[in-house]
Write a protein that binds this ligand. Structure first.
Ligand code: FES
Ligand code: FES
Length: 160
């Protein structure tokens, strides 16, 4: 298979790789770059487990070709904690018991981050809408919604 060069940042670190032409961003991030935080669920764009931010936009990494990410800034849940301190969303997911098996959690957190980055004080309906592309088989969704609202409150208190 033909290899193509691609450069981007992953959680702030410069990456320069030769990737298989047609390889998904999910496969490159997990298998080549060793960041297993985006999960491989359905691999066809229906579960949201692979969600990442590409230049601040929420993207399904299983449907994104790595070679289209030239020059992009990619963020995964693996890059959210700073100096050993959890991101407010990660903290809120813990505090609100918003994960059971945890498989959906990285995608949920990235979808929630995309929401809070553009809408810091969302309504419950906005949270539900923002998470509508992410499937959870375990929690019944209520703790997840609570966690996102809790993180939004924590963010606004920190900003005050
Ligand atoms: S693994 Fe990408 S949407 Fe399910
Ligand atoms: S916590 Fe298990 S799929 Fe969501």
């Amino acid at each position: 298979m033909a290899k193509v060069p691609v450069q981007f940042t992953l959680n702030g670190e410069e990456k320069a790789e030769f990737v298989d032409s047609g390889a998904t961003l999910l496969k490159v991030v997990r298998d080549k770059l060793g960041d297993t935080s985006p999960k491989s669920g359905c691999n066809q764009g229906t579960c949201g487990a692979c969600s990442v931010l590409v230049d601040g936009e929420l993207r399904l990494s299983c449907l994104t070709l790595a070679e289209t990410c030239e020059g992009a800034h990619i963020v995964t849940t693996g890059g959210l904690a700073k100096d050993g301190v959890l991101h407010p969303l990660q903290r809120a997911f813990m505090d609100e018991f918003a994960a059971q098996c945890g498989f959906c959690t990285p995608g949920m957190i990235m979808a929630a981050k995309a929401l809070l980055d553009r809408t810091p004080d969302p309504s419950r309906d906005e949270v539900v809408e923002a998470l509508s592309g992410n499937i959870c088989r375990c929690t019944g969704y209520e703790p997840i919604i609570r966690a996102v609202l809790t993180a939004a409150r924590a963010n606004s208190q920190n900003a005050a």
